[in-house]
Design a protein around this ligand. Structure first.
Ligand code: 5GP
Ligand code: MN
Length: 354
């Protein structure tokens, strides 16, 4: 709970902050926001991550100080673990030997910390870091504000997604008051891509397909495409959102081949279609409208199994507890685990492109 987090910060002095592998805008923005908050209190703090800071977030204040390490190799008074579903998500060895403070806004997170502060009403963990500033009486500096603002705009899809609330705008407005230049941050995060990403997008978009109903779409990125376009591992980030721009599409999967026989799957949906449920069945997780998992197997199996589940989720939306009024998906008993057969290949339309 928040008051326990406040107590730990006030009582201790040597902290580390970490988040999940392949960090995104909320994990990095919130981690660095907390880093600047702790520095404002004259505490020892460092951000440690298993994976390097992606290109889009290198301009965040403090990004260059993130220490990339496979192991928690120092002893801290406490380690903050930001937006992780379980203690293995940071991918850091020996993390469990530390005093762990779990801070997350996923309602499905495991309570793996010695302290657990979970607020599933927060649009991003960044919003929680802002609240923590207020609770500790720390002035929101420009550094804190830029980091937290980045967390907000990435996790809400620039205030497009259903987790965007009145409070999100209130916090965003306070951050602008503290010195954030919205256009500058958006430019750094959303309009700063390398050309390789544009070329890769061209290849990946040419794979897009949809089911006969037109409500489920999917697209894929192979290792070959990545090599051909000299793309980095992060260049495919966000590609899952393109088919969602079509009014008919209610759910989408993006399959990214990361090694032969291994696919990182990103799932997105609209309204009450719950893709977190689907990701959880494959060992992943996330929110109702944005989730992910890793699939081991052939491309045909990955496509057949995931697409069938998406088709089922869209057909049964609102039934079987697949709906729900919250943004975060919650696991539930009594859900159907067997998927209907995948749509026939020849029945799958290719999206017409101009
Ligand atoms: P993305 O598709 O952008 O990689 O992930 C979307 C969201 O799904 C993330 O913000 C995170 O909440 C969740 N997510 C993605 N992959 C995983 C996974 O492997 N495990 C869990 N627990 N959550 C994931
Ligand atoms: Mn988040």
């Amino acid at each position: 709970m928040l008051n326990q987090v406040v107590e730990v910060i006030e009582a201790k002095r040597r902290f580390a902050i970490t988040s999940h592998i392949r960090p995104d805008g909320d994990s990095l923005g919130s981690s660095l926001g907390l880093f600047w908050l702790l520095r404002a209190l004259d505490k020892d703090a460092e951000v440690i991550m298993r994976d390097p800071v992606p290109h889009a977030y290198r301009r965040l204040p403090g990004a260059e100080q993130v220490r990339v390490t496979p192991r928690v190799d120092r002893q801290y008074d406490a380690v903050f673990v930001i937006e992780c579903s379980d203690i293995t998500r940071p991918g850091l060895l020996d993390l469990e030997k530390q005093f762990v403070v779990n801070i997350d806004h996923h309602s499905t997170t495991a309570l793996f910390g010695d302290i657990n502060w979970i607020d599933s009403t927060a649009s991003a963990v960044g919003e929680m870091i802002y609240n923590l500033c207020k609770a500790l009486g720390v002035r929101v500096t420009r550094e804190i504000a830029e980091c937290v603002y980045t967390a907000l705009i990435t996790d809400t899809g620039s205030f497009h997604y259903s987790n965007t609330s009145e409070r999100t705008f209130k916090v965003a407005s306070e951050l602008v008051r503290a010195g954030v230049k919205p256009a500058k941050v958006s430019q750094a995060v959303f309009a700063n891509y390398p050309w390789s990403k544009i070329e890769l997008l061209g290849e990946v978009l040419s794979t897009v397909r949809r089911d006969p109903s037109g409500r489920v779409a999917w697209l894929a990125q192979t290792l070959e495409m990545q090599e051909r376009t000299h793309a980095s591992d992060e260049d495919g980030d966000g590609f899952v959102n393109y088919p969602m721009g079509c009014g008919d599409v209610e759910a989408c999967a993006f399959f990214k081949e990361t090694a032969p026989g291994t696919y990182r799957v990103s799932l997105r949906s609209k309204c009450d279609v719950n893709v977190a449920r689907i990701a959880e069945r494959f060992g992943g997780g996330g929110h109702r409208n944005a989730a992910g998992c890793t699939f081991q197997g052939t491309w045909e199996e990955a496509e057949r199994q995931l697409v069938a589940q998406l088709v089922e989720a869209v057909e049964n939306r609102g039934a079987n507890g697949n709906g729900g009024g919250t943004n975060a998906g919650a696991g539930g008993a009594g859900e159907r685990r067997e998927a209907p057969p995948a749509p026939e290949r020849q029945g799958v339309e290719r999206d017409a492109r101009p």
